[in-house]
Design a protein around this ligand. Structure first.
Ligand code: PLP
Length: 401
């Protein structure tokens, strides 16, 4: 259909989009976005989509939450960027650091706010190398930690890495949930970086034994344990942080995506003792011009407050179960893996996944792929989704399988 927007047809806008904007995917969704609110996105032709992926685990509190909008507006009236990270005291940064400390264990009281999830992981790895004085890094097969060189180096996906070599040296990969493989953690290891629950591997939860042994092994060898909760943090799995399911606390936590309430942000968080190693030998051990941008910090602070005030996190498990109950009646679904409101729906083939995702899109529901798991599709709706909306979504997906 040829809809007009700013005197341009959709076809004209698609042509410009493909010609003028850098692309990494040969068949993008091409939803021509007009506005978004709550769990919905509208295109310029007025078609409404249920956003069942929340911008890929970003809009946990829904699109344009009024408290986030208000916090942004208030900060707009005060100041935008005033100085590179870490020199001036800025209300919104300080409030965010305080708020993060209030929802985290005492050993994770010192946060450094950056621009994205991948930067948080880059900086966390640097921090671990600097603090321990060691060079070896351990990560997991089938992991995803970001797209910049350092994060790509610890991303356990050979296909994604191969064209960009050389990457970081001294990176070793263990198998998620394989306790034997933890034996490669030694006094030479600076850190283990691991997603608390693997996301792009198609949602793989750790066993309690694996994650407890991992913690013990890191403690015994003086290796820092980094939990990457860029995707599974901020309530997505039914707890504010996924590590709370396992009673295991990392030395460094990385966050991103949903933290900003829709604004771009990342954070790496540790004890003050560990973090302060970035102040000397060399000083300015990690620097960033726009990290901790006041608008983004104000939005993130409001987002945490919304998550604290609403009982959406407490209800994520129940709502997730509701959707799982509906979908599990579809005989063509091979397996549903789920943590709270984060789903991997396993189908018989990648073609079947494409068919379901495309049918859903036609019917106004957005699902999405996984990077490393072609036979499954993802659902990660806003935590604010109502039971009625879950029933609607379940019916649509069911009818598309
Ligand atoms: N870590 C995990 C677990 C992620 O899922 C992602 C993004 O999907 C990242 C890191 C990278 O975050 P960003 O895209 O903000 O750089």
């Amino acid at each position: 259909m040829s809809t007009k927007s700013n005197s341009q047809t959709k076809e004209e806008r698609v042509t410009k989009f493909l010609k003028l904007q850098g692309q990494t995917n040969q068949s993008p969704y091409l939803i021509d976005v007009e506005k978004a609110e709550g769990i919905y996105i509208w295109d310029k032709a007025g078609k409404r989509y249920m956003d069942m992926i929340a911008g890929v685990a970003v809009n946990n509190i829904g699109h344009r939450h009024p408290k986030v909008i208000k916090a942004i507006q208030q900060q707009l009236d005060k100041h935008l960027h005033v100085m590179v990270y870490g020199e001036y005291i800025q209300d919104s940064q300080l409030a965010l650091a305080e708020n993060l400390a209030s929802i985290l264990p005492n050993s994770l009281s010192c946060s450094y706010i950056v621009n994205s999830g991948t930067e948080a992981n880059e900086a966390a790895i640097k921090l671990a190398k600097r603090y321990t004085g060691r060079q070896e890094i351990i990560s997991c097969k089938n992991s995803y930690h970001g797209s910049t060189h350092g994060s790509l180096s610890v991303t356990g996906n050979k296909e994604k890495q191969s064209s960009f070599k050389p990457l970081l040296p001294n990176v070793q990969f263990i198998e998620f949930n394989n306790i034997e493989s933890l034996n490669i953690i030694t006094e030479k290891s600076a850190c283990v970086i691991i997603e608390t629950i693997q996301g792009d591997a198609g949602l793989v939860k750790p066993t309690q034994e694996f994650i407890s042994t991992l913690r013990e092994k890191c403690t015994a060898t003086g290796t820092l344990l980094i939990f990457d909760e860029v995707q599974v943090g901020m309530g997505r799995t039914g707890k504010m942080f996924a590590f709370e399911h396992y009673n295991v606390i990392p030395d460094i936590l990385t966050l991103g995506k949903a933290l900003g309430g829709g604004m771009p942000i990342g954070a790496f968080i540790s004890s003050k003792k560990i973090m302060y190693s970035l102040t000397h030998n060399p000083m300015l051990g990690h620097i960033t011009t726009f990290g901790g941008h006041p608008i983004n910090c104000a939005a993130a602070n409001a987002c945490i407050n919304v998550l604290k005030e609403e009982n959406w996190i407490d209800k994520a498990e129940q709502k997730g179960q509701l959707l799982e109950n509906i979908l599990s009646q579809a005989s063509e679904i091979k397996e549903i893996r789920r943590a709270g409101l984060f789903f991997a729906i396993e189908m018989e083939s990648a073609d079947k996944v494409a068919q379901v995702v495309n049918n859903c899109l036609d019917k106004g529901l957005i699902g999405f792929w996984f990077l490393s798991t072609p036979t499954a599709f993802r659902l990660s709706p806003p935590l604010s989704i109502t039971e009625e909306e879950i029933n609607m979504a379940g019916e649509i997906i069911f009818s598309c399988i």
